[in-house]
Design a protein around this ligand. Sequence first.
Ligand code: LR7
Ligand code: MN
Length: 574
Amino acid sequence: MGWLPRRNRRNCLNFLLVLTVFYLAILTFNAFPLIRPEYEDANAVEYVLPYPTEYHKIPNSPPDVDAPGELGQGVKVPDHLKAKSEQQIKGSPFMSEIASDMISYDRSLKDVRSKACKDKTYDDYMPMASVIIIFKDEPFSSLVRTVHSIVNRSPPHLLKEIILVDDTSTIVELGSKLENHLARFNGLVRLIRAKKRLGLIRARLTGAKAANGDVLIFIDAHCEAAAGWLEPLLDRITENHKAVVSPVIDYISPETLKYDGGSAGGVGGFWWSLHYKMEPIPKSEIQRRKNPDTDYLRSPTMAGGLFAVNRHYFFEIGAYDDGMEIWGGENLEISFRVWMCGGSIEIIPCSHVGHIYRAGHPYNMTSTRGNPDVHGYNSKRLADVWMDDYKRLFYRHRNSLQNSDAGNLTERKALRKNLNCENFSWYLKNITPYMFIPDENVKAHGYVRNQLTGLCLDTLQRNENKGTIVLGVYGCQAGSEAQMFSLSKEDELRRETTCVTVPHKTAGLKKALLQECSSIKKNLFTFTNGMLIHNASRLCLDATGLKDGDDAFFAECSGVSSGQRWNFEHNMQK
Ligand code: LR7
Ligand code: MN
């Protein structure tokens, strides 16, 4: 500093001293959150992670296949920890954290892709992804393994950043220990902590708003990305920016953490109760796809937890409904909306990500306003905005929600109008033409009342979706979902997916059964003079001598017995 006059030199030194003190202060107060200037969210704060002490290295040595969990194998929990592990699986966190802790964060997986997928090559110039992982009180090791698997298996030039959004976790390990761990990624991984509970929908929105990548990829906090997972997702979005795409979601056991890879064996559907379900690949898709190993698969809905979307398109199409609480419904909402407003939901068979399937949630499911039925609340929002008249089929299941409060829907309704979307009947006709609509194009529907006993056919709360059940009768209750039946135009006596049938035995009482309908439509009925005659066996559905809660049965048709005569609540043939 010889070029400066002496007095100025001293000023300058003072200045440097002040700067140094200031710098040291910043280092000392590093534990305090600093907001990135370009990202501000009133509900969340981004943490600047401590300076990295070690750089993360992608393991390039062959895996030690004998180490626990390598190659995606399950681990054996030592005997003395078995009881504790069981307890973890049955209660919170609903997975064996003990097993997860035994496995390396960088564990190897078998390459489960088809040969055609492995042989595929991709353009070097594709959009970059921001991967968003939200978490609320997730086990540390499975959360960290999710991050490692993404870093390890994504080409660096395609991975802009990983954004973790902590939705007010209280587990101590997810505090500074997590921050210190993530520092090794040297800025690639960012951490945002919510100031108040957001719920999964708003937490994902917070991550999406903070993202800089061209493509957003949402992933649950207990997943493992498999070899080559990223390129096929980005490739499809490059080809069609309105494609909202999911990988094949492989199964990771909550008990042993075994990774089971499969192929894209089905598509997403939904129950009228607005729960997600898997469906067989529709015929139209089997015919359309020339190379089923590699071609994208159109899916009516998505499971919700793992998908990639063009960032601009995500916001253009209405992101998520930020009025939804905690958990549930957002996956069907985004699915209906994307299809109805000009985009598509697809499964990309070459992309695989594993997900730990837990039997419960390790966090409180009650909304901030004290509503314990967040799935019902969110589903009502989506039904009222997107399903037009068909919302009646949801309310059949959820009668009590018909007049309940679902918050303000003005904005979401305006969104639908501004985007000029198709209506729900278009969706049913074009996207799920094979779905049964219980009260449309049917010969009769509603409750089915016996003329002798006055009782109605009833599932008696037996779960018809987990295998064949015996059908019962019970006092008629208007609006009870368990008593809703339809006589389809093909002459099946059926419910949403199950059909009434006669057991195959030759002797003894033939109890009426309810089993999964088959595409060969072998259980057809003739409905005449009130009799429900099963065509193949020529037997009549009978309730003679039955009381509340008894099982309905089939008997020789007598022609005169009122125990064999039934009335539908709505008979369209009259
Ligand atoms: O309040 C919350 N705040 C959160 O940050 C509640 C949850 N979360 C986080 C949570 O820590 C996790 O990382 O949100 C993520 C999803 O929660 P999960 O894993 O408890 O949900 P899930 O796997 O049981 O449920 C499925 O359905 C949900 C409906 O709202 C979401 O869409 C989930 O992402 C979705 N998961 C999948 O689709 C994975 C495949 C499973 C299938 C089929
Ligand atoms: Mn999950």
